[in-house]
Write a protein that binds this ligand. Structure first.
Ligand SMILES: [Zn+2]
Length: 385
């Protein structure tokens, strides 16, 4: 539910997806095996045809259920807000400069941008080495402990784990996700897993470790209710290797791991306070995203939190999740960069004016004050032409 999606990549590949002919199975290819097709220079048309033949035609019920956990609709009128190309968009463009249009289509059609997330959702566990934190592990573990003490919610059951793109080469794991999320029979799932493992084994994809495949951080709860086809998913925060690396490469490595984690933890505060209503809307999503930003800034700048400089925190918030920032009609709009910066500055002022100095507000009181100031944070800011 509380999430970040590689909107640019998905939007790009979705556009390419509509190319005609993909849904027809090439008769030449139909007789050959996955191993044959996925050799060094597979014919992209044949590959796309085979993938289309193997994958389900529409979203399955389980995939929809999983996607509901990680996305919400959005249709805020973007023309009212200042929003432009972002550092993040530039980074994404740079980092995929040698990917072809076929690469995006084939990988997207194979679900490569979603499989690590589904895998972490369905099978992830804090105690499983496959989901162990790698980069920034120490700072995130330390930040998590501080967050648990800082906010007055029940948090000892929240598991903190990572997702790694190298799972895309693990045919047992990807086949399992094709079977669960895409509801495919084992033979089909195995063939797709083999195609993916071979396709991803290229230097330009870093054999799965390219940040695009794990460009996400998520907070999950199912409130103890089972997900169709999956069962109960325990409370967790999943940190993608890719998102951490992207921000490190953009020069935010000193603040990104702590800030992203604090934002995701803010969503768990919301879960505990039941701040999400049953009828998600773009405005509701923006409210919870900005509340998560404000919670993060409050914790990060607070002397009993991380004591970070608020200027650095708000610099980060401006670029944070900026792939979704201007996606007013995309899934899960997070608020514009300016709104996010305002949310951060508001939380900082709140912290600075606390009496006695250093007092930590309870999560209910914090949320009440935030809701009172929200209309000011999201007031239209586009300058008249
Ligand atoms: Zn969020």
């Amino acid at each position: 539910m509380r999430h970040l999606r590689p909107v640019t990549a998905v939007a790009l590949s979705a556009a390419l997806l509509t190319a005609p002919g993909i849904a027809t199975l090439s008769p030449v290819y139909a007789a050959s095996s996955a191993t044959t097709v996925a050799t060094a220079n597979p014919d992209p048309a044949a590959l796309k045809a085979r993938i289309a033949a193997l994958m389900p035609k529409g979203d399955t019920a389980t995939k929809r259920a999983l996607d509901r956990l990680i996305s919400e609709p959005s249709s805020i009128d973007g023309t009212q807000y200042q929003c432009g190309p972002t550092e993040f968009a530039a980074w994404q463009k740079r980092s995929t400069a040698n990917w072809t249009a076929d690469d995006f289509t084939i990988l997207d059609n194979l679900g490569a941008f979603d499989l690590p997330t589904y895998d972490a959702l369905v099978d992830g566990s804090e105690n499983d080495p496959a989901y162990a934190l790698r980069a920034d592990a120490q700072v995130m573990t330390k930040t998590m402990r501080k967050l648990e003490k800082f906010w007055d919610i029940k948090s000892d059951d929240i598991q903190l784990m990572a997702m790694h793109g190298d799972m895309l080469r693990d045919t047992a794991r990807t086949s399992r996700m094709y079977q669960i999320a895409y509801e495919l029979p084992k033979a089909q799932a195995d063939e797709l897993a083999a195609i993916l493992a071979q396709y991803i084994a290229q230097p330009k994809f870093e054999y799965g470790n390219h940040p695009m495949f794990t460009l996400n951080a998520f907070a999950f709860t199912t409130y103890g209710e089972p997900i169709e086809g999956v069962g109960v998913v325990g409370d967790r925060i999943v940190m993608g290797d890719g998102i951490l690396r992207a921000y490190r490469e953009m020069g935010y490595g000193d603040v990104a791991p702590q800030a992203i984690l604090a934002h995701e933890f803010g969503h768990h505060v919301q879960f505990e306070l039941r701040m999400h209503d049953d009828h998600p809307s773009p405005e509701a999503t923006r409210r919870t995203e900005l509340h998560a930003d404000a919670s993060a800034a409050y914790f990060l700048s607070h002397p009993r939190g991380m004591s970070m400089q608020i200027k650095r925190v708000t610099q980060f918030l401006r670029v944070f999740y900026s792939i979704g920032d201007c996606g007013f009609s995309s899934d899960g709009h997070h608020g514009t960069p300016l709104q996010r910066e305002r949310a951060g500055n508001w939380a900082y002022q709140l912290q600075e004016s606390a009496r006695p100095k250093g007092r930590i507000l309870g999560s209910v009181e914090f949320a009440r004050l935030f809701d009172a100031v929200l209309p000011r944070l999201v007031a239209p800011d586009a300058r008249a032409a």
